[in-house]
Structures are given as structure tokens and as C-alpha cells.
Design a protein. Structure first.
Ligand code: PLP
Ligand code: COI
Length: 344
């Protein structure tokens, strides 16, 4: 793939795709320690054919964004939370985590090096950052690797769900994404591999994404293929599923706090697919999704429409305005949420 050039991008019309940018970050763990790591122009990875990641799936990743501010500077949003989650995901798969206290510095380094690719303020696009760790050590039996690689790639992106702030349609699936006691709480590639088939069936039928139900009873909403779920009750309360097999979303944690500041009495609780009437609005929330209104959910052929199939509801809009206002640097957020990337 050819290296991208900043002048070739049509920022306001960007989709959610990969472009090969000038710099990536690469560090290696061998002989019991992580090396210094460095920026590299090489966006390929060399490893043994017996690397654990290729057979037994030792891989964990993160997703965060760099946001261009009005003053031309660049912010990250709560990157320490991504560092912590990657640490937890790596531990779950018996990988040696890249040191948490070096994670944010490495992210800043790669964003600074690719700063021409952080889309302009107000374009609706951002620079997506994908740090990941793989088991690169050779195995043939089912054992953890003893060598690891940590990489960060970055790529400019537009909205993840096609409509952006226009509501789109979602559908439940008979497939499960993750089991209770499995790896649903970890951001690991295997969860996403399991979601490819149900996701592509949903897309083929015109839906934006799958609504996964709990793997025991297939009754309670878990989350979406690429985001957590929230509903707003008719009396304006913010509810989001509580489950041992969903990703602990950083956007969700942030919105719980924002909803609380709006007096929306946020709650993490069981949400039955048969009790959607309690909600006047619903949405997807995540780094890639930001907040995307859920227009409807179809379950067993029955379509439940929330606020509207074409318009975003007032609570969803208010939450979006606050969250994106903080992320873009237009509004001051709670301490530690906005992290400047020095560009010089
Ligand atoms: N759930 C899944 C399955 C995801 O892939 C994501 C994206 O990271 C999320 C939820 C949202 O998490 P976050 O807000 O930390 O991006
Ligand atoms: C993210 O929001 O960062 C994710 O990892 C979601 C993914 C489906 C793109």
C-alpha cells in the first residue's frame, strides 16, 4: 500500500478506513524486558510463522483519537484509561503489557510525527489511534509466547456508523460475541473475529450493527459489535447494560459522569430486549462511534423504533454536544480528560 499524503484527503467526507501514514511506533519485548521503542516508516510486521498471535490469538488492542482544537493544537481524550485497559487485556491473555507509564508518551510521539494527518477542526474527522500488542514468540503447543511486540498505527477517520448523528437501524443476532467468564471485558482480537459473521449478516440486510444479547438467556442487551449501548427512559434517565461480558467502554464511563452532571440519574443495569418501550431514545457510544443514535432495533422480526428513524432525540443531542465539546477542546472537561499533544 502506498504512503498517504495529507493533501489528498477530503476531510469532511472521510469514511472509517485504513491509510498507511508516514510513521508508526514499534517496541519489542524479549529476554524479559521491553526495549525503548521507536518511530518507524515501516508499517509491516515481521515475525515467525509460529508466532502465538497467528495460531492462538495473543493480541490485545486499543482505540483512541487525536482531536484538532480550534487553536490548531491537538488533544487526546483520557488516554490513561486506554493504557489501563490495554494493560488489563494483555494480562488476561498472559502477555507482558507494554509499561502503562510509557503508553501515553508513545501515543503522543506517533501523533506528533503524523501531525499533518490530524484532520482540521470542525471537519468532523479525527486521527484514530490503534495501539496493539501481539505474542510474537514461537509456539506450537497451546502456551503463551515469551516475545511480544507493541505497535501503534494511526489513520484519519470519519464517522464509524454511516449516519453519524443520523439514526440508523440495528438488529439482534442469534450469535454470541463473548461468554460470561470469557474475554468480553478485554479488548482482544478473538472477540472481534467471533463478531465478523453476525456483523456481515447484519450489514448485508441493511443494518448498521448487531445488538448482542446475553449469552445465557438471550434476553438482556449486552452491547453492539463496535460500541456500548444506552437508552434514555421516558422520564429522562440514562441507562446502560451491566454485564460481565461487555467491554468497559471509556466513552460509557465518561457519559455516566456527564449524564450525572445533567441530573439524568445514570444507571448500569439489566436491560431486557422485551422492555424497550421504557426508552424514548437510544444510542451507541464508543471512541469510533462517539454517540450515534439508534433509530430502531429489530428482534425476531419485530422492529422497535425509538425517538425517530430520521431525527436525533434531544437528550442524545445534549449528551453528544457535551462529549464532543470536551473532545474537540471547545468546552472544559473534568480534570485529566483533555491531554495536550505537544507538536513542536
Ligand atoms: N464495545 C465494543 C465492542 C467496542 O469495540 C468499543 C470500542 O472501543 C466499545 C464498546 C467502546 O469503548 P470505548 O468507549 O472505550 O471506545
Ligand atoms: C473503537 O471505538 O475504538 C473500536 O475499537 C471499535 C472498533 C469496532 C472500530
Amino acid at each position: 500500500m502506498k504512503k498517504a499524503k495529507a493533501e489528498d484527503f477530503d476531510w469532511p467526507n472521510l469514511g472509517f478506513n485504513y491509510y498507511d501514514l508516514p510513521y508508526s511506533f514499534h517496541a519489542e519485548y524479549r529476554d524479559g524486558k521491553w526495549d525503548e521503542g521507536k518511530l518507524t516508516n515501516d508499517s509491516t510486521i515481521k515475525m515467525s510463522e509460529a508466532a502465538n498471535v497467528l495460531h492462538y490469538g495473543q493480541e490485545a488492542f486499543e482505540g483512541l483519537k487525536a482531536y484538532r482544537r480550534k487553536d490548531g493544537g491537538v488533544n487526546l481524550f483520557r488516554p490513561d484509561m486506554n493504557a489501563k485497559r490495554l494493560h488489563n487485556s494483555a494480562k488476561r491473555l498472559l502477555m507482558v503489557p507494554f509499561p502503562e507509564n510509557r503508553f501515553v508518551e508513545a501515543v503522543k510521539m506517533v501523533v506528533k510525527a503524523n501531525q499533518d494527518f490530524v484532520p482540521p477542526y470542525g471537519s468532523g474527522a479525527t486521527l484514530y489511534i490503534r495501539p496493539f500488542i501481539i505474542g510474537s514468540g514461537e509456539v506450537i503447543g497451546v502456551h503463551p509466547a515469551d516475545k511480544f511486540q507493541f505497535h501503534i498505527l494511526v489513520t484519519p477517520v470519519g464517522p464509524y456508523y454511516k449516519g453519524g448523528m443520523k439514526p440508523t437501524e440495528y438488529v439482534t443476532s442469534p450469535y454470541d460475541r463473548a461468554a460470561h467468564g470469557g474475554t468480553g471485558q478485554s479488548k482482544v482480537s478473538g472477540n472481534y473475529a467471533a463478531s465478523l459473521l453476525p456483523g456481515s449478516l447484519a450489514h448485508k440486510n441493511g443494518y448498521s450493527d448487531v445488538v448482542y444479547l446475553d449469552p445465557r438467556l438471550h434476553e438482556n442487551i449486552e452491547e453492539l459489535g463496535g460500541a456500548n449501548f444506552f437508552g434514555i427512559t421516558k422520564d429522562g434517565k440514562f441507562k446502560t447494560p451491566k454485564s460481565p461480558s461487555i467491554l468497559p467502554s471509556i466513552t460509557k464511563k465518561s457519559l455516566l459522569q456527564i449524564a450525572d452532571s445533567f441530573g439524568m440519574e445514570p444507571e448500569e443495569t439489566s436491560i431486557s430486549i422485551y422492555d424497550l418501550d421504557q426508552f424514548s431514545e437510544a444510542g451507541a457510544m464508543g471512541t469510533a462511534a462517539v454517540i450515534s443514535p439508534v433509530g430502531s432495533i429489530t428482534h425476531n422480526g419485530n422492529k422497535h423504533v425509538f425517538y425517530s428513524e430520521t431525527e436525533v432525540g434531544p437528550y442524545t443531542q445534549k449528551l453528544y454536544d457535551r462529549l464532543s465539546g470536551i473532545q474537540d477542546g471547545d468546552q472544559k472537561g473534568p480534570d485529566g480528560w483533555q491531554v495536550d499533544v505537544p507538536l513542536k
